[in-house]
Each structure stands twice: as C-alpha cells, then as structure tokens.
Design a protein around this ligand. Structure first.
Ligand code: SF4
Ligand code: SF4
Length: 296
C-alpha cells in the first residue's frame, strides 16, 4: 500500500482543486483530508458521514462552583490569565476558567485548597469516515482555536491506512495542509510521494523551496505541479529551472482556467466538469505521478 499527499508551501495555490481531480482519477484508493484546521475537500466530494468520532487531546481546567470556596488562589497562580473571578463590575461572579486561554499546565488543579478543579480531556474536534462518489474518505474538523492538529493528522493517516489494508486497496491519497507547520510534518511521516503545488510568483517559488526542503528532511520523493503557469511564464521557467537543478520532476504546468472555479461552483472536481485540455493535462500528470511512485 502506497501513500501520496498533495501539499503546497502556501494556501491558495490550487492544492485542493488538484487533489480533488486526482481523487476522481485514482483507483482502489482511500481518500484523506489532512488539512484539519481548514478542511475543504468535502466541499467538492460531498461526503456522507458513516462513522463519527470525537477527537480529544490535551486537558483543560474546569472549576466546580459547588466545591469552590472562592479563595482566588487559582486566579493569582495562573500565568496565562485563564481564570476569571469577581471584580469591581461583577463582585458576585464565581471563579471560572476561560477555555481559550487555558494552556493545561495543571498548576491550579494541583494547588486548589478545596480540590475544586477537575482536569478533563479537551474535546478539540470531530473526525469522520465517510462515503463519497470516489470512495471512502477519512476527514476531520478541529474546533476553532484548538491545537494538536499534528496528532489528529496522525490519527487520520492511521485510520486511512487501516481501511486500505482491510479492503486490499493499494493507495491512500491525501489532501495535505498548506505551509510547513505541524500538520504538514505529520502528513509527510511515512508518505511515499509528495505532490507539491506551486504558482509562478516570487512567494510561490520561496514557499516551494521551503516545503521541498522539508520533504528532503523526511526523504520523501516529490513531484511538482506549476499551477496557473501562464500568469507569469518567466517565473514559471524559473521554478522549472530550480526543480531541474534539484532533480524534482515537474509533472505538469496547468494554465489559469475558469473551468476550475466553475467546477467548484457546481460542486464537482475539474476532471468531472471539464472534458477538454485541462482535464487531459491533469490525467497526464496523474499518470506521471503514478509512474514516479512505481519507480521506487
Ligand atoms: S483555588 Fe480552588 S477554591 Fe480557590 S477560587 Fe480557585 S477553584 Fe475556588
Ligand atoms: S491549567 Fe494552567 S493555564 Fe489552565 S487555568 Fe489552570 S493554571 Fe491556568
């Protein structure tokens, strides 16, 4: 069983549109959306949740108002100003934890003289196993402001692999997160091939270099797609020259094409919506990606 992840050094480069097209073209595949902070592959694939799970990670302090004696020690000790209590405006209010500020250090829990502070696991989001028209999809949604996205990515990858192995499917195809942060690092672990989406701008070049360097650190092979190459052919040439020097194959240059937006508006992937040159180019790119995967 092999794993391919589609990533980009920055958001807005067209990663999910291209990942959606590959989801359509791929066979015997489990799909996975690893962009857990801002998932959007579901907008194209319209998944029907078959299994739903809570994602819990880390801990947070919760004050039991029945047990609290109102001494105020917790508010004094908390370095993160995460405990609100009575003040001049609200002299009768009870002590309570502000969940978005609590860093889970447990100081207040340990030092409360009334043992009035519980420390439950934090409910950070939800994850799902769903049916789509292109096969099973594993995906998630972190709640706003929640952390531990890397751990959630690892969980999703493990689930997708287990489903692929159980059903004898040969590929896990993932839409990764943009950037080079924690979820991207987690998505690269154990991945056979990263498809790097870039666009012909100076920042596109810069972000491609950063994410390619990250892939090298993981010894993950890469293939590159230059999206909207025709908005700046000179910069597209510069990216291709950089890739050539590094030995990264550029599997295709995609033109700026309104069909990508029109497909999205119609809640289709571009290879479903467009029957012309754009789809043909993506099919050729997918064949090249599979060949690179097989090259080992
Ligand atoms: S330290 Fe405990 S008893 Fe004191 S205010 Fe905080 S929760 Fe209440
Ligand atoms: S666990 Fe730490 S951060 Fe959270 S409220 Fe208590 S002292 Fe503050």
């Amino acid at each position: 069983m092999r794993e391919i992840v589609v990533i980009s050094g920055k958001g807005g480069a067209g990663k999910t549109s291209i990942a959606g097209a590959f989801a359509h073209l791929a066979e015997d595949t489990v799909l996975c959306d690893l962009d857990v902070d801002a998932p959007d592959l579901h907008l194209l694939l319209d998944p029907r949740h078959r299994v739903e799970h809570e994602f819990r990670s880390g801990n947070e302090a919760v004050i039991d108002p029945e047990m609290c004696i109102g001494c105020g020690q917790c508010a004094e000790l908390c370095r993160f100003d995460a405990i609100a209590g009575p003040d001049d405006a609200n002299p009768d209010s009870a002590y309570s934890v502000l969940p978005f500020r609590c860093e889970g250090c447990k100081v207040c829990v340990a030092l409360c003289p009334a043992q009035a502070i519980a420390f439950p696991e934090r409910h950070c989001g939800e994850w799902y196993v769903s049916d789509t028209r292109f096969g099973t999809m594993v995906h998630a949604q972190l709640f706003p402001g929640e952390e531990n996205s890397g751990r959630l990515v690892t969980l999703l990858k493990r689930e997708a692999r287990a489903i692929a192995e159980e059903r004898g499917l040969g590929l896990v195809l993932s839409d990764g997160a943009p950037g080079i942060g924690c979820p991207v690092i987690s998505s690269l672990a154990g991945t056979d091939l990263a498809v790097l989406i870039t666009e012909p701008t100076p920042s596109g070049m810069h972000d491609l270099m950063r994410v390619a360097e990250l892939c090298e650190g993981f010894r993950t092979r890469v293939a590159v797609i230059i999206n909207k190459w025709d908005i700046n052919p000179t910069q597209a040439d510069a990216i291709e020259a950089y890739c050539s020097g590094k030995g990264y194959p550029v599997v295709c240059r995609l033109p700026h094409d309104r069909a990508v937006t029109d497909a999205m508006v119609n809640r289709q992937v571009v290879t479903e919506y467009d029957r012309g040159q754009l789809s043909d180019t993506l099919k050729t790119a997918w064949t090249a990606i599979l060949a690179r995967l097989e090259a080992g």
